[in-house]
Design a protein around this ligand. Structure first.
Ligand code: NDP
Ligand code: MG
Length: 402
């Protein structure tokens, strides 16, 4: 057991990027329960001025940043009479990340989270990484930059946090494979023809987790699990063959690591994002978490299934992108973001999400300049190219009969 006394007494400064989102909300909830241990340096949001200002005032943040430049005046108004500094636009979000906080939660959604997360990484902070797109889009160099700067990347995604905890039981040479679990989402038992026609309302009904809209749709398509396979590969330097996915509808075991002696270490917990976030917040110690305790007797049974690639082609595409490398995972993510936005807007059927991603990836492999990505600008440029290609392919995918 560790000796926690020294760390427990120090007040740590924290910044939450994406404070008004689902992960942000869980993080703020944990901070609310440990006011004596944490001081808030900066908070950010994209458009939700009211919620951002409310949080900034509640926590006495030193800086609040809003992504939408048109909302600066509204943010200034909302913070009038306080000593909280504020800013707007991408540069202000980056400034929030660059300000001196010991610990940063990177929970902006989408590829927009990359530059701010890098700003925190480059100054050697402890970065709790919820934004998986950082690794999916920029895995070629993200972890290297962190290593160079001495930043500590703490995986906040539940499966990766589980692996992070279990990996401590052995060393790299002893590792055989990791297993990340998937609930299977709302369409786990649906026939492919029904999944094809699924509505937005049906896709948003996740059986276990309460999350933001984009990731909930990604869970229904299992694109989220695909993104997580890629995330695990970059985070822990694993080959695609060392990462398995297991469907586990109860979402109690989040990740497992198999070692050479055939021991399998697993992390368990109720499906509540405050558990992995609390682990990141307390690390290397553990804080007292507010989540429900795990009652296995009440749950009764834990079941497992092999994922069905025919039902969930997004998972197959993620492995393909990972094997292709050199920007392919960036393309996979960008095309998926375009596809999900089109699905939400009612422009394509649910089943067309994976078809658009596959068509964009194939198009990029045929015509793209495939060299390793070296910088955020490289990653963002591949991301833009892929988005444009996906948007151009969208009408024909939308029309295609299945
Ligand atoms: P939400 O959509 O709930 O929240 C996103 C947050 O980012 C909000 O604060 C939003 O501000 C802000 N934001 C969105 N776009 C921008 C932008 N362009 N510039 C600056 N800020 C922006 O997302 P989640 O909390 O669900 O997810 C956040 C990240 O964590 C994602 O990468 C997701 O994949 C990952 N993740 C989420 C999990 C979950 O349980 N929710 C689990 C594991 C990983 P505003 O409110 O003003 O729009
Ligand atoms: Mg996850």
């Amino acid at each position: 057991m560790r000796n926690n006394k020294a760390a427990a007494s120090a007040v740590r400064s924290v910044t939450v990027l994406g404070a008004t989102g689902s992960i942000g909300d869980s993080t703020m909830d944990l901070l609310r329960g440990a006011r004596d241990r944490y001081r808030v340096e900066a908070l950010t949001a994209n458009g939700n001025v009211e919620a951002l200002a409310k949080l900034a005032k509640e926590f006495g943040a030193r800086f609040a940043a809003i992504g939408d430049p048109a909302k600066l005046a509204a943010l200034k108004d909302a913070l009038a009479g306080t000593r909280i500094e504020c800013g707007a636009g991408e540069s202000a979000i980056i400034e929030a990340a660059a300000r001196p906080a010991d610990w940063v939660m990177a929970a902006v959604s989408g590829a927009a989270g990359l530059k701010p997360a890098l700003a925190a990484v480059d100054r050697g902070a402890s970065v709790a990484l919820a934004n998986k797109e950082c690794l999916v889009c920029a895995g070629d160099f993200f972890m290297e930059r962190a290593k160079k700067a001495g930043a500590c990347i703490l995986p906040a995604d539940s499966e990766h946090n589980a692996l992070f905890q279990a990996l401590g039981s052995g060393n790299r040479e002893e590792l055989v494979r990791v297993i990340i679990t998937a609930s299977g989402g709302p369409f786990r038992t649906w026939a492919p023809a029904d999944i094809e026609q699924a509505t937005l309302e049906q896709a948003l009904k996740h059986p276990n987790w309460s999350m933001g809209q984009k990731i909930t749709i990604d869970s229904a398509s299992m694109m989220n699990k695909g993104l997580e396979v890629i995330e695990a590969s970059y985070l822990f330097a694993l080959s695609p063959d060392e990462i398995d996915v297991l469907v586990h509808p109860q979402s109690i075991i989040h990740g497992m690591v198999e070692f050479s002696d055939r021991s399998v270490m697993a992390q368990l917990g109720t499906p509540d994002m405050r558990i992995p976030i609390a682990h990141c917040l307390g690390w290397p110690d553990r804080i007292v978490g507010p989540s429900a305790r795990l009652d296995l007797a009440k749950i009764g049974q834990l079941t497992f299934e092999v994922p069905d690639f025919a039902r969930f082609p997004g998972l197959r595409l993620a492995y393909e992108a990972l094997r292709t490398g050199k920007g392919a995972t960036t393309v996979f993510n960008a095309a998926n973001e375009v596809a999900v936005a089109a699905f939400i807007a009612g422009k394509i059927k649910f089943g067309a999400i994976a078809r658009l991603v596959e068509a964009t990836m194939n198009d990029w492999i045929r015509t793209g300049n495939r060299s390793p990505l070296q910088s955020a600008d490289d990653a963002i440029s591949v991301d833009h190219v892929a988005r444009n290609r996906a948007a151009a392919l969208l009408p024909q995918i939308a029309l295609k009969a299945t």
